[in-house]
Design a protein around this ligand. Structure first.
Ligand code: B12
Length: 232
């Protein structure tokens, strides 16, 4: 029933068996196959993108076509979040590069797995990450930025009607004492309309977690270059 079109080879087979297990209500089997793949040397980032993200997109397709119920979608989503948590001993390895990220869904936004993947990719690159999850009130996000002083905030929106909330949040950040923090946005509406990030007033956009990390690295190195030229 499920058809992973984007992936190839080993990961495609793993993604298929993974989702099949979840649809058979066997999250223990799904979890075991992921742990086994990692212990056999599979790249965790590939598992995140080619298995977790792809299976969630496939769940969305099955749900939209009335092939699975809302309850099945909820089960798959909850199981994938649980299995991601089981991978944290492999992700939080101790190396730190001194940079800090706050990652959050905008107020009203319930789709949290995308920005969680983004946050975990930063953690794997040595950043200190503060993942706030779904539907965080905008004023609380701004307070967190003032308190933690991260270099970058990653803001996620998956549903177009939450874009107004993104604009409000960005305006509130710009008016606050945290105004210098670089703002990275992402999620479905931004991927469907690649110039949208400029219209909401962000500093950058990425279509996926890998790209997000490299854009943040650019932010940091541009800042260093600006500091150097100010020092001259
Ligand atoms: C699971 C799910 C839910 C769950 C979410 C639970 C949770 N804890 O996250 C629940 C049940 C809450 C839900 C609710 C709704 N959902 Co829903 N949901 C999904 C589903 C099936 C999977 C989402 C997911 O986990 N994706 C996996 C992640 C990894 O992918 P991703 O989000 O694309 O993230 C990647 C990139 O976009 C990017 N990215 C994401 N965020 C960020 C942030 C930054 C800074 C950067 C740089 C990059 C980045 O990087 C990520 C990793 O590479 C999608 C289907 C789909 N195609 O996504 C529908 C989907 C998003 N939902 C949809 C809808 C319509 C809804 C509801 C409106 C349904 C309803 N009538 O109530 C509500 C809205 C709730 C709300 N206010 O937000 C539609 C949206 C259609 C549209 N017009 O935009 C989709 C596409 C389903 C569909 N095919 O119709 N949903």
């Amino acid at each position: 029933m499920n058809k992973f079109s984007g992936e190839s080879g080993e990961m495609k087979e793993l993604a298929k068996s993974y989702l099949e297990s979840l649809l058979l209500i066997k999250r223990d089997v799904a979890s075991e196959m992921i742990i086994k793949a990692i212990e056999n040397g599979a790249d965790i980032k590939k598992i995140y993108i080619d298995v977790f993200e792809s299976s969630q997109h496939e769940v969305g397709r099955l749900w939209q076509n009335n092939l699975i119920s809302v309850a099945q979608e909820h089960y798959c989503t909850a199981a994938t979040q649980m299995i991601m948590s089981q991978l944290y001993p492999y992700i939080f390895k101790g190396y730190k590069n001194g940079h800090r990220l706050v990652a959050t869904c905008v107020e009203g936004e319930m789709h949290e797995i995308g920005v969680r993947i983004v946050s975990d990719f930063f953690e794997m690159e040595g950043w200190d990450t503060y993942y706030l999850g779904a539907n965080t009130p905008n004023n609380s996000i701004v307070e967190t930025l003032i308190q933690l002083e991260p270099e970058v905030i990653a803001i996620s929106a998956s549903i177009p009607y939450n874009l107004g909330s993104v604009v409000e949040l960005i305006n509130a950040v710009r008016k606050s004492t945290a105004s210098k923090i670089k703002i990275l946005v992402g999620g479905r509406p931004f991927s469907l309309s690649p110039e949208l990030w400029k219209k909401v007033g962000a500093d950058g956009y990425a279509s996926n977690a890998l790209e997000a990390v490299s854009i943040a690295k650019e932010f940091i190195s541009n800042d260093k270059n600006t500091e150097k030229s100010h020092d001259k």
